[in-house]
Design a protein around this ligand. Structure first.
Ligand SMILES: NC(=O)c1ccc[n+]([C@@H]2O[C@H](COP(=O)([O-])OP(=O)(O)OC[C@H]3O[C@@H](n4cnc5c(N)ncnc54)[C@H](OP(=O)(O)O)[C@@H]3O)[C@@H](O)[C@H]2O)c1
Length: 296
């Protein structure tokens, strides 16, 4: 009999890739705010606002999962800065509810955190480096990490910038938006001050599902093998996909008024992931190839 996996935030960018990877090996139960199609193939979908903790608890007990991949979040950095109360409720409160349920029932929890928890002054951060959040989104993630750590039965996966086409659902894919703009022959701005180690969404889905099923506990950085600015990354992607690299325009994201501050160099060291996981980490262009050719 297949083990049961609960995935939060179906319809989201990362959750879509997780569900696509998990559905052959796990009995997948996916919960999100959008209209749920019910049972589709091997995946059971449920519509639920995760802030409704009583209903979440009821659903959890009905499913009784062996593992949970918690990908639902309020991930818009500027929205979180301006709406701190709701950001806290979603990013910290829901994680607290789920972590409590996992601890009570002995399920493994894999929580999606972010490279943004670092201040960006150093780069190539390892799992031993201390978080120092510089925006409210990152603050909520640090609080949530602490909750997961305290259960002693969870994984905090810190994701680098996620690059790729949506697999199932839609969500927050900068690549899909960029391609549309480039296809229209229009220019698009990318920050040249932000250095990242982008991870492709397919490798990420595989890694998160592997973490749900293996013995690893603690913090792991999930990032690609290429350290690059977002501006250079976009230029490379545009060139590789046959668009004019000149359509990519450099900006400084920390010089834009009214925006929450971003860490300059939040690149992540993925040595631990390479050591522990069977899933290979990819370079930017290998990841691009994977995501552009991926079929569910
Ligand atoms: N994408 C990146 O580059 C990146 C980088 C680092 C870390 N992360 C982290 O990775 C995780 C997944 O990110 P993503 O890019 O997949 O984000 P996303 O596309 O915005 O997906 C997040 C999902 O969470 C759902 N959600 C939010 N509040 C909810 C609630 N109260 N009840 C039920 N569902 C709710 C959203 O539902 P709606 O569709 O209804 O809004 C959305 O489908 C997040 O924890 C994010 O912080 C992402």
């Amino acid at each position: 009999m297949k083990k049961k996996l609960l995935v939060t935030g179906f319809g989201g960018f990362v959750a879509g890739s997780v569900i696509a990877k998990a559905k052959d090996e796990w009995e997948v139960h996916a919960v999100g705010r959008r209209e749920a199609p019910g049972k589709q193939g091997d995946v059971n979908y449920y519509k639920l606002d995760l802030l409704e903790s009583d209903k979440l608890s009821e659903l959890y007990h009905d499913i009784n999962p062996d593992a949970v991949i918690h990908a639902a979040a309020m991930a818009d950095i500027d929205f979180c800065e301006k709406n701190q109360d709701i950001a806290e409720k979603v990013n910290v409160g829901i994680t607290r509810t789920l972590a409590g349920l996992c601890k009570e029932h002995g399920a493994k929890m894999v929580f999606c955190s972010t490279d943004s928890i670092f201040d960006g002054n150093k780069g190539m951060y390892t799992e031993e480096d201390e978080p120092n959040p510089i925006n409210y989104y990152a603050e909520t993630k640090v609080k949530a990490e602490e909750i997961v750590r305290a259960t002693g039965n969870g994984v905090t996966a810190r994701l680098s910038l996620v690059m790729g086409m949506p697999v199932m659902g839609s969500g927050n894919s900068f690549l899909a938006k960029t391609i549309k703009i480039l296809q229209a022959g229009e220019s698009i701005k990318f920050p040249s001050n932000e250095t990242r180690t982008p991870v492709d969404v397919i490798t990420l889905g595989r890694s998160l599902v592997e973490l749900a099923g293996n013995d690893f506990m603690g913090i792991m950085h999930l990032s690609g093998n290429t350290k690059i600015t977002r501006y250079e990354m976009a230029k490379q992607i545009a060139g590789k996909l046959g668009y004019s690299r000149d359509l990519i325009v450099a900006i400084d994201s920390n010089a834009i008024e009214g925006r929450a501050p971003r860490p300059n160099d939040a690149s992540l060291d993925n040595s631990l992931a390479k050591k522990v996981l069977k899933t290979p980490m990819q370079s930017l262009l290998e990841g691009l190839e994977l995501t552009m050719n991926y079929k569910v």
